[in-house]
Write a protein that binds this ligand. Structure first.
Ligand code: GLA
Length: 403
């Protein structure tokens, strides 16, 4: 009898392991949501998370497409006597199930955070050795998204560690978006497509447009630095529906100037990046709301082809970025990297688009496109005349080219 039971268990387990895969049909466009880390760091509790869900609805962000409310580091308490992780009873007295129920009642989804090592980056219990139990616990709570960090992972193999958690999530039986956060250290774009739905490509973002912040043993990066670090041809070929390069969560509304926030948001849209807001949604200036909810910019990010944009070229201190869109359309974004205003003159006829990766082309001599200014929500003529515009420092001109 006992022998039969063991054989059956081994058989069932091997089916689960053999069939383990990531959950398909999730994140078919870049995930949109909010995460607690950039604004609150470790100072989080269930009231803040609930209020953020309320604000996501009240500000119109949910209607604009934002879906996930993600709890980052420091929610953890201890493991119970069986090894199941519990939330910090002081910060989350009603527990995660109640919080997930609340977030779901608003029509939103709840995300959580763990780490492949012994401890998280904020020194809370990590998942190493507890992967299947943690995944089971998240599934029981009704979690929809897991960000899985990479602190305290000495001697672990990244591919293997993320694969273990993927299998654990699959075995737990609840579709959960799996966000790989190992900062690009182990080239996840080369191995993570069958494992996760998004992977960080760089170290942490810092709330500035053009700076590097030195923490002593590591750096965090301004918006321009993140754009320059790894958004190249090598990486963009790995992005697409269900598997995205993640240049980190946004700092929109956390203190940069309006131009800088607009440029930051536009570039995350051009890069088909996950749009995870990182500000306090309860206290937003109306300008911040209008950046985060701009329908034209979001449509470029969420385009169903899921092609990551690329740098087409430069004129003076301006970057020119191109993102092929559905129906033969394109987004073109001029990014002023400098602090001074620039006069832009751009002759379309001399600048055909030819994206070797997607095969999308535009020959502006043979074909006319209309120009739609995304931020001013107005037409700017067509590609038959050179484009003339003034661009403020650290600002963008983002156009949608339609036929
Ligand atoms: C790492 C991650 C951040 C954040 C912190 C939490 O630095 O890259 O995004 O999750 O850990 O401690």
């Amino acid at each position: 009898m006992r022998f039969k039971l063991i054989v059956t268990s081994i058989f069932l387990l091997s089916i689960v392991v053999l069939q383990a895969q990531k959950y398909e049909n999730l994140a078919l466009t870049p995930p949109m949501g909010w995460n607690s880390w950039n604004h609150f760091a470790c100072e989080i509790n269930e009231d803040i998370i609930r209020e953020m869900a309320d604000a996501m609805v009240a500000t119109g962000m949910m209607d604009a497409g934002y879906e996930y409310i993600n709890i980052d580091d420091c929610w953890h308490g201890e493991r119970d006597s069986l090894g199941f992780i519990q939330p910090d009873p002081k910060r989350f007295p009603n527990g995660m199930k109640a919080l997930a129920d609340y977030v779901h009642s608003k029509g939103l989804k709840l995300g959580i955070y763990s780490d492949a090592g012994w401890k998280t980056c904020g020194s809370r219990p990590g998942s190493r050795g507890y992967e299947f139990q943690d995944a089971q616990q998240y599934a029981r709570w009704g979690i929809d998204y897991l960000k899985y960090d990479w602190c305290n992972t000495e001697k672990l193999n990244a591919n293997g560690a993320y694969l273990t958690m993927r299998d654990a999530l699959y075995a737990a039986g609840r579709p959960i978006v799996f966000s790989i956060c190992e900062w690009g250290d182990n080239q996840p774009w080369e191995w993570a497509e069958p494992i996760g739905h998004l992977w960080r490509t760089t170290g942490d973002i810092y709330n500035c447009f053009d700076c590097v912040y030195d923490h002593g043993t590591w750096n965090s990066w301004g918006v321009l630095q993140i754009i320059d670090l790894r958004n190249n041809k090598e990486l963009r070929k790995h992005a697409g529906p269900g598997h995205w390069n993640d240049p980190d969560m946004m700092e929109v509304g956390n203190g940069m100037t309006l131009n800088e926030d607009r440029a930051h948001f536009s570039m995350w849209c051009m890069l088909a990046a996950p749009l995870i807001a990182g500000n306090d949604l309860r206290n937003m200036a109306k300008e911040t709301v209008s950046i985060l909810t701009n329908p034209g910019a979001i449509a470029i990010n969420q385009d169903l082809l899921g092609i990551q944009g690329y740098k087409h070229g430069m004129i003076n201190q301006l970057d020119i970025w191109v993102k092929p869109l559905q129906n033969g359309e394109f987004a073109v974004c001029f990014l002023n990297r400098g602090i001074n205003e620039v006069d832009l003159i751009f002759n379309w006829a001399e600048n055909p688009i030819n994206d070797e990766l997607s095969g999308k082309k535009a020959d502006f001599v043979a074909e006319k496109f209309n120009l739609w200014n995304v931020w001013e929500n107005k037409s700017m003529g067509d590609t038959q005349k050179p484009l003339k515009a003034k661009l403020a420092g650290h600002d963008v001109l983002m156009l949608r080219l339609t036929k």
